[in-house]
Design a protein around this ligand. Structure first.
Ligand SMILES: NC(=O)c1ccc[n+]([C@@H]2O[C@H](COP(=O)([O-])OP(=O)(O)OC[C@H]3O[C@@H](n4cnc5c(N)ncnc54)[C@H](OP(=O)(O)O)[C@@H]3O)[C@@H](O)[C@H]2O)c1
Length: 228
């Protein structure tokens, strides 16, 4: 398949590009800083900013599916990709801006204009109301939601827009993510019970996002949790 990956320079996005290529797909990597993406066979690299609504349709034109891995920039200094410390992560969550609530609707419009029917949006388990989680995790997630209320609000608006669209969408809500090596052994599915604070390798989350984009017909128009 031909897959557009938006947010291709991020912790997850880079791994999604790698995994999709590994599985033999054609990839269009979309990034604000395309120069930091290494070239590869079957990879086209395009410049794109999700705030620039008018340019997005052209950027994703001709693809079968779009995967969004965008998120609030936690370390936007030039040249850095994911080298973020805890303070940067906290800063991104306390002051998330509107990259999700504005960027995702722009991606949706671009999909409609370009005739791309399928969209996978990476969200976060923080958006869960906790019903499917253990009692302890439900309680901890409630506190987490209060602390990071701005980031949750920004992502909730994005999820709402996706759910109201007529695309074949999948929203993927991962647990916390880490730079560990891929295991390809994880739990994923609609309402799957996962441990929100047990880190999952970016690469495993990436595998799940590619599955959501290219396979897994029963995940369409569903919210999928992924973690351990
Ligand atoms: N990391 C975790 O533990 C975790 C856990 C659960 C959910 N999530 C969520 O999953 C998503 C991806 O997480 P991540 O940790 O992989 O994110 P990340 O490393 O912070 O990467 C975010 C990506 O979004 C891109 N981006 C930001 N603003 C953009 C814009 N205006 N136009 C185009 N691209 C833009 C960034 O590009 P630049 O490189 O140009 O800044 C980067 O590629 C986020 O929504 C995050 O909140 C993360």
């Amino acid at each position: 398949m031909k897959i557009a990956i938006i947010g291709a320079t991020g912790g997850t996005g880079r791994k999604v590009v790698e995994r999709a290529l590994e599985l033999g797909h054609e990839v269009i990597a979309v990034a604000r800083r395309p120069e930091v993406i290494p070239p590869a066979e079957r990879l086209i690299i395009r410049q794109g900013d999700v705030f620039d609504a008018s340019s997005m349709a052209a950027v994703i034109a001709g693809t079968d599916v779009v995967i969004s891995c965008i998120g609030p920039a936690s370390n936007s200094s030039p040249g850095t990709v994911v080298s973020k410390g805890i303070l940067n992560i906290l800063a991104a969550n306390f002051s998330p801006g509107t990259v999700m609530s504005e960027g995702i609707p722009n991606i949706l419009k671009a999909c409609q204009r370009a005739g791309v029917k399928r969209l996978v949006m990476q969200s976060g388990i923080g958006l869960s109301d906790g019903k499917e989680l253990s009692a302890g995790n439900r309680w901890a997630m409630g506190i987490n939601r209060r602390i990071f209320s701005k980031a949750i609000k920004d992502k909730a608006a994005a999820e709402y827009a996706v759910q109201r669209s007529d695309l074949d969408w999948v929203i993927v809500r991962p647990s916390g993510l880490s730079n560990a090596a891929a295991t390809l052994s994880y739990t994923a599915g609609p309402s799957a019970r996962i441990a929100p604070f047990r880190p999952l390798p970016f690469a495993d989350c990436a595998d799940c996002l590619v599955r959501a984009a290219t396979d897994e017909p029963t995940w369409v128009r569903k919210i999928v949790n992924v973690g351990r």
